[in-house]
Design a protein around this ligand. Structure first.
Ligand code: ZN
Ligand code: ZN
Length: 425
């Protein structure tokens, strides 16, 4: 078992409340020590002067599209994109084809995951085939190492059924992650309902579609005592509901995504479907409230909702499927839109992308404490770069941040002590 020293970096590790110059000593697959100066002989050294050394990012909302839609992404390309963005662990969503609701599909993902560059955690289907009807086999999920359940891509429509999901998942020790959307209110809408949808004369998605189900999930969690995690929050209303619920002690956690704090529905005037995702980009007041939620602890994590779609699918503005890729840009978007304008400190951003999701999911990682897996990202936090879609590692190029100038470039990514990514240009 060789030793590897990451020397002279600026370490941020929220789990140990570290923020300063430290050396990180790795032995084999694990962190051995983090100290101001490691002087012993080591096998290999990475010189990290002027680099941020942080725990690897945990992205708990990723669509890998494998099995079934590998023209969009597959397990390997998705994980290559992940490590390019400093993401060392991800939770893959179950709306694959077939859905992740059976032994064979879980075994298939786990088999490919062994050769993938990032660690894959699996989110099983809350209901079989994401049908909203029969519950998935949660005991089987647990036995196979699945760590969460969701019907993401769609809501669990019936409140009674959702209550069962919460109770049964709690018994099985699985996290419930909820995509909050009232389909009756969405009613064919494709962008946020507001001045832009009116000007463009396209059907809009009212904030209420999201807020009503956020409210429902909070009520169910409050009543049953079973925890719920709210996905991809985009509205001021949902942010306020979650904040108030947390104050009352409801077991609710929440995530938001870079596009919701970076952009508004004005992007849609370009009629470019790469700016269409679900929930949609909203208004300045939503962005402001989401940033407040990021500041005050309403949000536990920042995730990408990485949702690859092919160029061909994204060509037709009105008919295109929803989603943006995000794995390669999330950290840089966080630095550019949250840290640089002074909304939060870099330490808080790191926490939201590492320790936060590790805690929500109850998985290892998100920390550089001795004994932890040596999953790290080494980042040049001052480097500016322009997002060029064709250079993305993801099979799909539908990035909401395309041609944006972001700040912060991942130079090295390590998983289990192994260098799985080195920046090449
Ligand atoms: Zn969703
Ligand atoms: Zn999703």
């Amino acid at each position: 078992m060789g030793t590897l020293l990451i020397r002279n970096g600026y370490v941020i590790d929220p789990a140990q409340k570290l923020s300063g110059h430290y050396d990180v000593l790795i032995e084999g697959t694990r962190i051995l020590r983090v100290e101001p100066k490691v002087t012993e002989r080591v096998d290999r050294v990475i010189e990290a002067r002027n680099l941020l050394v942080m725990p690897g990012i945990i992205d708990m909302h990723v669509h890998l599209r494998d099995p079934g839609q590998t023209e969009k992404e597959d397990i390997y390309t998705g994980c290559n994109a992940a490590v390019t963005g400093g993401v060392t662990s991800l939770l893959c969503m179950p709306n694959t084809r077939p859905a992740i609701d059976n032994r064979e599909t879980i075994a298939y993902i786990q088999r490919l995951a062994q050769k993938a560059k990032a660690k894959i955690y699996i989110c099983g289907a809350a209901t079989k085939g994401l049908s909203g009807e029969e519950l998935g086999d949660y005991e089987m999920y647990r036995e196979l190492g699945v760590c969460a359940v969701s019907d993401d891509g769609r809501p669990v429509e019936s409140a009674e059924q959702m209550e069962q999901v919460l109770l049964k998942a709690q018994q099985a020790g699985l996290r419930v992650v909820s995509h909050c959307e009232d389909l009756a209110i969405v009613n064919g809408g494709i962008i946020h309902k507001g001045s832009v949808s009116e000007d463009m004369q396209v059907r809009g998605i009212d904030r209420l579609s999201e807020d009503r189900i956020t409210q429902r999930e909070i009520e169910l969690a409050e009543r049953t005592g079973a925890p719920v995690h709210i996905c991809h929050v985009s509205t001021k209303g949902s942010t306020e509901l979650i904040r108030a619920a947390k104050k009352r002690g409801v077991p609710v956690t929440a995530e938001t995504c870079p596009h919701y704090f970076a952009y508004t529905h004005e992007k849609l005037r370009s009629q470019d479907a790469d700016y269409r995702m679900n929930p949609p980009l909203r208004e300045p007041e939503d962005v402001a409230e989401i940033i407040r939620g990021i500041q005050d602890g309403t949000f536990d994590c920042i995730v990408t909702d990485h949702a690859p779609h092919t160029k061909r699918e994204k060509m037709d503005f009105r008919k295109a499927p929803n989603g943006t890729v995000g794995l390669e840009t999330s950290l840089a978007a966080g630095i550019r839109f949250l840290v640089e304008p002074g909304h939060i400190k870099l330490e808080r951003l790191v926490e939201l992308m590492t320790l936060g999701p590790a805690r929500v999911l109850g998985i290892e990682g998100g920390s550089l404490e001795p004994g932890m897996a040596a999953d790290l990202a080494l980042v040049d936090p001052k480097a500016f770069w322009t997002v060029l879609p064709e250079r993305l590692q993801s099979k799909s190029k539908n990035s909401v941040f395309k041609f944006e100038r972001l700040q912060g470039r991942v130079k090295y990514t390590l998983v289990n002590g192994e260098i799985v990514y080195v920046m090449r240009y």
